[in-house]
Design a protein around this ligand. Structure first.
Ligand code: PLP
Length: 379
């Protein structure tokens, strides 16, 4: 059984995909070929924003968004303690200070109540660190609670940079993921709902001025050309081949999103009685980058994982250590009880558009078998 379905997807797309990739090879524009601009236009339209700048990865997208926002030494950026390391890493790369906030125990996303508490606590501490921005993460494909987060950020004059690495295709009240902050950053890592065949990412922006700044940062801070350098930037372009791959994948993306919803619905229908299943509150459309269940304890989660591995059912743990406890982060270690509980109990099941109903049944049957055995008194 496949965890993210990339091989099955390739079989579906193979003839057209190979034609498009070979076209790039014979056309010869390997860097910033016409496919890159075409892709950016389609992505901007899908996210419902005027500007999209494609880049070399989701991590570079976040880093460039922070650079374009002028985040630097002495600045504080609030983010969730429960995410992939890149979310915090980019703050540190800018020599700014990550300030962690606990996640909501049901959605696993940045908790708005905790965000406001964190801001208040920071402001009353008279710390010399200037609060500048918040990076909410749309974990597992579910948008964070932007209705509340945007109000809070507006009240305290904080910028929002959306980590939409896992949520391209998702929406909240019909507003698309990637469009909520000054910048929205997504990833095209192969296993993402929209993934390329290597590393890739994109930044969504609302003004041409911001997009121009990102396009300069993407190529060594270029001015008129890359030999006139106005600022320090990066080499962070998306390859033309990857743009061609993504253009092919975009053709089936709406259908794949529907299938992900169907797979999730089948899982939830079977599993909600025995484990904690993912939330999709009203008004939210989740793109189900992952289907993540919650168990009762770390021990139960780890043993279930072993049990499923023995049955050749692949699973993953996103994420086993909260960001505030990562060695590379250092500094203060406020308790983050919800992130700690999540790190101990989450387990992501196989999730992709090509998962067959009988495969989903096989996963659910195995989980039932395990949980029922687990709750029997041990001899
Ligand atoms: C929440 C989150 N942020 C950032 C990233 C970084 O994206 P990339 O791997 O494309 O650099 C990822 C992807 O792995 C992610 O899941």
């Amino acid at each position: 059984m496949e965890f993210s379905g990339l091989r099955t997807q390739y079989e579906r797309l193979r003839p057209q995909m190979e034609k498009s990739v070979l076209e790039v090879l014979s056309q010869g524009s390997y860097i910033m070929g016409p496919q890159v601009e075409e892709l950016e236009e389609q992505l901007a339209q899908m996210a419902g924003v005027p500007e999209c700048v494609s880049v070399s990865s989701g991590t570079d997208a976040l880093l460039m968004a922070l650079m374009a926002s002028g985040i630097g030494p002495g600045d504080g950026v609030i983010t969730t303690a429960f995410s992939f390391f890149a979310t915090a890493e980019v703050i540190l790369l800018c020599q700014a200070v990550p300030i962690f906030c606990d996640c909501n125990p049901d959605t696993y996303n940045l908790d708005p109540f905790c965000l406001e508490q964190t801001i208040k606590k920071h402001l009353s501490s008279h710390s010399p660190i200037r609060l500048k921005a918040v990076i909410p993460v749309d974990l597992f494909g579910l948008c964070a609670d932007y209705t509340r987060i945007c109000e809070i950020c507006q009240d305290y004059g904080l910028m929002i940079i959306e980590d939409a690495a896992q949520s391209f295709g998702a929406s909240l009240q019909s507003q698309k993921a990637g469009s909520f902050g000054r910048f929205g950053c997504t990833s095209f890592f192969p296993a993402k709902p929209l993934g390329c065949y290597g590393d890739g990412g994109a930044i969504f922006a609302h003004t041409q001025e911001d997009a121009d700044l990102l396009r300069s940062l993407r190529v060594h801070g270029k001015g008129r050309d890359k030999y006139e350098n106005r600022r320090v930037g990066l080499n962070a372009r998306l390859d033309t081949i990857q743009a061609a791959v993504l253009l092919e994948k975009l053709k089936v993306f709406p259908d794949e999103l529907k299938r992900r919803q169907q797979v999730a619905a089948q899982y939830t229908q079977r599993l909600e009685q025995i484990v904690k299943t993912p939330q999709q509150p009203e008004g939210y459309f989740c793109c189900f980058a992952q289907y993540t269940i919650g168990l009762e304890s770390r021990e139960q989660r780890d043993k279930l994982r072993e049990f499923l591995t023995e049955r050749r059912i692949p699973t993953n743990i996103y994420y086993p250590i909260p960001l505030n406890r990562q060695k590379a982060v250092g500094g203060s270690n406020w308790p983050m009880p919800n992130a700690e509980t999540a790190a101990d109990r989450v387990l992501s099941l196989p999730m992709h558009p090509y998962l067959e109903p009988k495969e989903i049944d096989q996963v659910c049957d195995s989980i039932f078998e395990y949980i029922q055995g687990y709750s029997q008194p041990q001899e």
